[in-house]
Design a binder for this molecule. Structure first.
Ligand code: F6R
Length: 244
């Protein structure tokens, strides 16, 4: 079932997302969390850290899998998704390093790395709860328009639109890696529960198409209409093109 909730502001939306995760973790303290990078979940991570500091959340038995990583990129590169996660969450909570998983952007054998990642998720029973953002073009993870709904973890080429959107984190557009390793759409759809966040008017068109449009590979997030347990958390701007 798909649920949609619209919030007055970004902070309320972020807190609500964190509360959904807390509720799941209470039921399953060794839950497998699917995590995303990007600007949208930053508030969500802040609320998770606050919950940890208030002793409402213990990361010691949680396991995390991130959606994607640039390729090629060194783990310690300031813009790697590993660094992003470390700076926004992992450095502040008691998660054991061995419980943290991201695709390895340094690998020399991309196919083996993709298979390993996909198998590792499968071997621990799959993701229990996945946080997602949405691209302005409707992408989820780095599954750009046209990606197969059957796709699994693999290397992809980033679109111009995504390179431009992500260049805000780099010195220039030329510095953005052209490829990434991403969980596929089928990998994401296997998560037992999905929480997708969108904030700002730039996301309004993709959000409206994802929720009310045709289910098509041209708008990757539209596949979520077929997921049994997905909730869209939107601020008013991101919800502004939804038809009531
Ligand atoms: C990040 C990811 C991407 C982002 C999307 C939105 O791991 O997989 O799909 O969720 O590009 O990015 P922001 O939140 O920066 O607008």
């Amino acid at each position: 079932m798909m649920q949609v909730k619209v919030f007055e502001d970004y902070d309320t939306l972020s807190r609500y997302a964190a509360d959904i995760f807390l509720e799941q973790i209470e039921k399953k303290p060794d839950a497998v969390l699917g995590l995303a990078t990007g600007g949208t979940p930053e508030g969500f991570y802040k609320h998770l850290i606050t919950s940890y500091q208030n002793e409402k959340l213990d990361f010691s038995t949680l396991r995390t899998f991130n959606l994607d990583e640039y390729y090629p990129i060194k783990r310690e590169h300031p813009q790697s998704y590993w660094t992003f996660m470390n700076d926004r969450l992992f450095a502040y909570v008691n998660i054991p390093n061995r419980n943290i998983h991201l695709p390895n952007g340094e690998t020399t054998n991309v196919d083996a790395e993709c298979n390993r990642y996909e198998e590792e998720i499968g071997s621990i029973g799959g993701v229990d709860i996945q946080i997602l953002g949405i691209g302005e073009n409707g992408h989820i993870g780095f599954n750009e328009p046209g990606a197969s709904f059957d796709s699994r973890t693999r290397m992809v080429e980033l679109t111009k639109n995504t390179i431009q959107a992500n260049s805000r984190y780099f010195e220039s557009e030329e510095d953005v890696p052209r490829h990434a390793i991403t969980m596929g759409i089928a990998s994401i759809m296997q998560s037992k529960k999905i929480v997708i966040l969108a904030s700002g008017v730039k996301k309004a068109e993709a959000v409206a198409k994802a929720i009310q449009g045709e289910v098509t590979e041209e708008l990757p997030a539209s596949i979520l209409q077929k997921h049994p347990d997905v909730i869209f958390l939107l601020d008013k701007e991101a919800a502004s093109l939804l038809q009531s």
